[in-house]
Design a binder for this molecule. Sequence first.
Ligand SMILES: NC(=O)c1ccc[n+]([C@@H]2O[C@H](COP(=O)([O-])OP(=O)(O)OC[C@H]3O[C@@H](n4cnc5c(N)ncnc54)[C@H](O)[C@@H]3O)[C@@H](O)[C@H]2O)c1
Length: 394
Amino acid sequence: MSASLSRPRVGVWLIGARGSVATTVVTGCAAIAAGLHPPTGMVTETAAFTGSGLPALPDLVFGGHDTLDCPLPKRAESLTAGGVLPPGVATAVNAELAAVDREIRPGGPAPGDTRGETELITAFADDLRDFLHRHELERAVVVNVASTEPASPGPDGPLPASTLYALAALRAGCPYVNFTPSEGMHHPVAAREAERGGLPHAGRDGKTGQTLLRAVLGPMFAQRTLTVRAWSGTNLLGGGDGAALADPAAAAAKNAGKERVLADTLGTVPQGEVHIDDVPALGDWKTAWDHIAFDGFLGTRMILQTIWQGCDSALAAPLVLDLARLTARAHEAGMSGPLGALGFYFKDPVGDGPSGLAQQYEELVRFGRRLGEADGGDRGTRAVRDTEETGGAR
Ligand SMILES: NC(=O)c1ccc[n+]([C@@H]2O[C@H](COP(=O)([O-])OP(=O)(O)OC[C@H]3O[C@@H](n4cnc5c(N)ncnc54)[C@H](O)[C@@H]3O)[C@@H](O)[C@H]2O)c1
């Protein structure tokens, strides 16, 4: 991607760099930067963020880790065949995809990998430093978009891969975003290191469909004082994410985040469960059905049903680009710790900020304003840590 002259380029290091979300991020960024498509779905491209000092899309340099070795242009081809990417776009940005492909390093632990935790962290951190050095980047944001892991065995078990990558990010001095429900920086070992590391981080699990709708509808029921008796949901999806979530332990990690928004917006946990079914034939297209049983005036019983039919990676990619830009700028502005003001983007946000989407949006816009007021590039001289106003560590 050809860079602008005025601002330094910024790295975006994707864990799971050959996955559907990552491939859509890279293809989409190149297509928007080339003027082939408008930035639909990118909140950071709206007028509210023009003064925030965010890195421009052509200034983003991508790399990453993956345990697969399928070339990125081939992944983009299969996403085009599946209708995720519009025809012609992957071909138009083939050179950019090939360039990013050369920046993807083997992830881990791969089957048969005999390296221990320390060796893996060191190898991942070395890859990151090498990327920063070769591209002469002041910073790179590490974004986890790898397959969802089963819930971790607890603080005394082996560290999950997502946490090894989070520790590598800290070691290489990189801010970190967890777009998945995996433990990552939430693991106590990484959380302790993060406190010492003085780096901003955000998470977790992107809010792209069913939970996005819940974050809008939950406040509506609460504000109209309608009593929600039960809220049940079923998701049908395929693709790599569908296959990973067919594992009940991985699905449990995902569903915990989906249920949190109801507890937070309604103030109580209604009856009902969330189910995720893997339907490989659907590919990246997800159908989410919600059935909400509620009581109105004099206890009159009513039902709301919603059907969300979305293309998962097309919903996720603009959020990943927004998060990378906002987190890079927060790092440049000297912020550290969990970025609670980014709760707008997550199912299970850090801190105890608002859970309704409208208030989360307001908080995000305030955060964008604070980013604009902070010094550019003069890291550390103007720490912006006012927890209330910036949504920093809470
Ligand atoms: N698409 C959405 O709407 C959405 C929303 C929220 C969260 N997410 C999360 O984003 C993640 C990615 O989704 P996807 O659809 O791209 O999945 P995907 O299966 O297409 O891609 C995941 C990639 O991660 C790689 N990977 C697995 N283990 C790894 C490891 N240890 N190191 C490095 N790479 C590894 C896989 O090889 C694969 O290329 C999932 O965890 C999903 O739950 C997606």
